[in-house]
Design a protein around this ligand. Sequence first.
Ligand code: ARG
Length: 391
Amino acid sequence: MDKVVLAFSGGLDTTVCVRLLEENYNLDVITACVDVGQPREEIEKAENVAKKIGVFKHCSIDAKEEFANDFISKGIKVNAVYEGYPLSTALARPLIAMKIIETAEKEDAAAIAHGCTGKGNDQFRFESIIRSMSNFKIIAPIRELNLTRTEEQDYARKHNIPLSPDSKFSIDENIWGRSIEGDVIEDPKNEVPQEAYDWVRSDMEANDNPEKINIEFNSGVPIAINGEKMDLIDLIAKTNEIAGNNGIGKIDIIEDRMVGLKSREVYEVPGATLLIKAHRGLEELVFTKNELRFIDYISPLYSDLVYNALWQEPLREDLDRCVDHMQRRVTGSIVLNLYKGHISILSRESKFSLHDIKQISFEDKENDQREIEGMIKHHGMQAAIYQKQKH
Ligand code: ARG
C-alpha cells in the first residue's frame, strides 16, 4: 500500500483524517507531529492518540528552535500583526509544511495530507509551501468530503476514535500563541466563555501588584529578561508566563480571512503582545522619523504576506533583508510596567539612541534659540501664499 504523511496534532480534524485516509483513500498513514513549542502535553497527546488509533507509524519532529530563530524573530523585527493578531498560527504553518515534506521524502511517501477545512487560511499556507518545495500529491480529506465539525464528531464516535474533551473548540497552539475558534465563539454576538482561555488570566485573577520587566534587544531580537540572557525560545516562554499572569494578551477580533469570510477569532498571545510593544518602543528611540514611517508602512505589508500564505513571495525575502539591515541599530533595553491587562513603557536606552538630551533640554543655552527664527520664517511659505491669494 502507498504511504501518506499526515500533519498531525491529535485534535478532532487530524484524528478523523487518519481513518478517512485508510478507509476512503486506501493508504498507510504516517502521522507527523511538528513541535513548534506547543505545551509538552500536546505532543504527548498526539503520540497517544496515534498509538490508540493504530497508525502505520508516528513521528514527533522538534522544530522549536527553528521556529523561534527563523520565523518568530522575523515577526518581531517587523512588528508583524494582522488586524490585531500577531500571526502565531500563520508564522508556524510554513515551517510545519517544510518538516512534513522532509518526512515524506524520508519515508518515501506517495502523498501528503492535512486536516484543514475548506474555509480557513491554513489550507493555503500548507499547500503553497508543499507546491513550491515539492511535487507531492496533496490530500485534504475534511475539505474533499465537505465535513462539518458535528459530522466529524459523529464519524469519530462511530469509528471508536478517541476524542479529547476539549474538542469543542478548535485550538491551535505554539510558543507564539494560542488560537481558539469554533463552538459558541463563532457568533460575534456571544461573549467568549472563560473556559476558552488558558494562557491569560482574567483581570480579576491577574497579579494584584504591578510588575516591572526589563527586556534587552540585540539587532531587533530580544536576548535577555531582567538582565538574564536566554535563548529566544526560552525567553518567549518566560514572557508568555509573566504577561499571562498579568492578564496581558487576550485578543478578540473580527478577522478578514483569505477566502473573503469575516470570522470572529480569539487569541491568547501574552509574550507576543509584550515583545512587539517593547520592540516598537525601542525603535522609537533609535530610528529616524523616516525610518519609523517606513517600518510602520511595511509592517502591514509583511503581515499580509504571512497571513495570506505568501511566505514564498520574493517580496517577503526582500523585506527581510531590508528589515535586517535596519535592525542592526535596534539594540538596547526597555523597561515596561505590566498591570491587569495593561502595558506601559517606563524607560528605554540604547547606544544608538538618536535622542540628544543636551539639545532637547530646557536648560541648554549653547544651542542659541534665536537661530531657529530663520527656519520658522520660511516654514509653510507655500501655504501662506495660497491663503493670501484666497482673499
Ligand atoms: N485565524 C487564524 C489564522 O488564520 C488562526 C487559525 C487557527 N486554527 C485553528 N484550528 N484554530 O492564522
